[in-house]
Design a protein around this ligand. Sequence first.
Ligand SMILES: [Zn+2]
Length: 381
Amino acid sequence: MITQETLNRLRHFEEPRFPVLSAYARVDLDPPAQKEFPARVGDLLDRIRPAADDASLEHDVRMSLREDMARIAEAAAVDHHKPGAYAYFACGARDLFEEVALPHPVRDRITLDTTPWTRPLGASLDEYRRTCAVLVDKSRARVWEFYLDEMREIETFRDPLLRDASYATGRGADRLRNKNDEISKHHYRRVAELLADLFRRGEFELLAVGGHAYEAPAFLEFLSPDLRARLVGTFSADMDTATPADVRASAGELVDAHQREEERRLVDACLERAAAGRPAAIGLRDSLWAGSVAAARDLLVQEGDVVPGVVCEEDGWLGLSAEACPLCGEGVRRTPDVVDELVAAVIDEGGSVQHVRADTPLREHVAAATLRFPLPAPAGG
Ligand SMILES: [Zn+2]
C-alpha cells in the first residue's frame, strides 16, 4: 500500500537527463481478467518501446529506459496483484523503482517525463484521511498518526506533577492541588499548541482525543476553533493500559462515523443541487454521460456497487449498453464494472471521487455528481 512518504518522495523526484517512467495499470475484478495483468502492462510498455530503441537518444539513456521496462515487466509478472490498480515509477539511472498498489482502478497510462506522474496516485489517496490521535491525561500526552494501514507515534511527553495530591490532607493538600491544576492547564495548553502546530503544517486532517471521561473535557477547552472543527470525537482510554492498537481501534471508529456523516452531507448537497436546478447528475446513466464529457467535478459512487457496461477506447464514452459508440461509431469494449471506469475517468479529468458507504439515497441511484457545466443532450447508450 502507498505511504505518504513514498508519494512525497515521488512528487519531489526530478531527473533532467534520464527519463522517468510512470505506468498505471488496472487489475480487474474477475479472476480470469486478473491473469491478463502482465499482458496489460506489456501492452503499455510496448507504447514506449520506440523511445528505448531511438538511436538519436544517448546510449546510457536508452539502457536506463530498457532496464526500467524490464524491471516493470518482471514486477507485473509476479502473481500477487489485487483488484484495483498498480502504479510503477522507474528511473534506473537514479535507482528509482516503486510498485504501488492502489485501492481503486485508474485508467491504464504510461508516461516518460522528467518527473514521476503522480496525479492519479494523489487523487486515489484523497479519500483517506490523515488522522492524529492524542491520548492525554493531566500530565502526559502521546500522539500518533494514522494513515492508510500505517500507524506512527510522533510525540510522547510528560509534564511532571509536583506529587500526587490525593493522599495529602489539610491546607497543604489544597495548595498542592491548586499547583497541580496550574501544571495541568499548562500541560493541556502545551499539548494543544503542539497539535495546532502539526495541523498548521498540514500534516493531519482529523483529530481524535482519548483520555478519561473526567479529564478529556478540560483538555478540549484548550483546543483552538480550528482544531475543534477537525475533532471527530473523544474516546475513553487509560494512559497506562491502552495499547497503540486500542487507540487505533477507538480513533478508527470515530473517523469511520465522521466519514459516514460526511458522505451523507455530500449526497444531500448533491441532491439539493439537482433539485435547485444547478448542474448535477443523479443516477448512473447521467453520471456516465457526465464522465464521458469530462463534466463531473465531484463524483459520488455507492461503494461496492458493480454494474456492467461499455467503454469506447477511442474517446472514453461510457454507457450501460451499446454495440457501437454513439460519439464516434467505433466498437465498444465491454466491462464487468462501468462504475470503476467512471471513477477512473473522473480522477483522470482532475475531479474528485467519494466512495459512499453510508446508507443514503445513493443506494438507489448508484452514482451522482456535481458538474462543472450542465450536461449536453445525451448521445444514447
Ligand atoms: Zn467513441
